[in-house]
Design a protein around this ligand. Structure first.
Ligand code: PEP
Length: 248
């Protein structure tokens, strides 16, 4: 059976006190999670939030990592730095990083490779724009995104991989993909993983992201090829996040 996962991407929201408050609210709910739960606070608070989450069921992941190991790269944060503050994994290839910060396939490939070699979990985001969806090219886009990055690496540690299908047109827009659209593309991603890696790929979780809310998560999570969600906006509210977690 595949792992079930719900992860919250806090993006550039919540200062120190608000971040600590949010994680404490989630932990105080005392709920037994029916899936693996991850949160992704901003860089400055990773150390403190990792400490708070130690010995709890919540894992902490970073929203980004440098493709470089160390040196004169002003403003960058390395993988070793993340590991040294107890971070469990990294989100790579989020559409905001691709679009706003120009992260291209070459950079993404290097980040993926580094994380794999250093045993960090990876949430690798892929997804089409509205323009490509309207042209019916979503499957092609996904295939190209995988072929030019992940599939190009020879030794990627699949145990550490979570694929996040995040259609760009559904992120932060309040417009989620329908469960039929999600199932169709997750099935396609699973077939591509199978072609590339064979049977072992059946254990790779594929989660959905894009305006997931308590009122649509149950429907989407019920799709056979959906193994959970990557949640943006709704993860900033403890009750909404907990409701999404319980709907899995
Ligand atoms: C995201 O940015 O990963 C995301 C899914 O955002 P939202 O849930 O706000 O659409």
């Amino acid at each position: 059976m595949r792992r079930k996962i719900v992860a919250g991407n806090w993006k550039m929201n919540k200062d120190k006190n608000a971040s600590i408050g949010l994680v404490q609210e989630i932990l105080q709910s005392n709920k037994l999670f029916g899936c693996e739960v991850y949160i992704s606070p901003a860089f400055p608070f990773l150390n403190e939030i990792s400490n708070i989450c130690e010995s709890t069921p919540i894992k902490v992941i970073a929203q980004n990592v440098s493709e470089k190991d160390e040196g004169a790269y002003t403003g960058e944060v390395s993988l070793d730095m993340l590991k040294s503050v107890g971070v469990d994994g990294v989100i790579i290839g989020h559409s905001e990083r691709r679009k706003i910060y120009g992260e291209n396939d070459e950079v993404l490939r290097m980040k993926l490779d580094n994380c794999s070699k250093n045993d960090l979990e990876v949430f690798f985001c892929i997804g089409e724009t509205l323009e490509m969806r309207e042209k019916g090219k979503q499957n092609e886009v996904i295939e190209n995104q995988l072929n030019s990055t992940l599939f190009d690496l020879t030794d990627f540690k699949l145990d550490n991989l979570v694929i996040a299908y995040e259609p760009v047109w559904a992120i932060g827009t309040g417009k989620n993909a329908s469960s039929e659209q999600v199932q169709e593309i997750h099935q396609h991603i699973r077939a591509l993983l199978n072609l590339r890696y064979g049977k072992i790929s059946e254990s790779i979780p594929i989660v959905y992201g894009g305006s997931l809310k308590p009122n649509n998560s149950k429907d989407i999570f019920s799709c056979p090829d959906v193994d959970g969600g990557l949640v943006g906006g709704a993860s900033l509210n403890s009750q909404a996040f907990l409701d999404i977690i319980s709907s899995i």
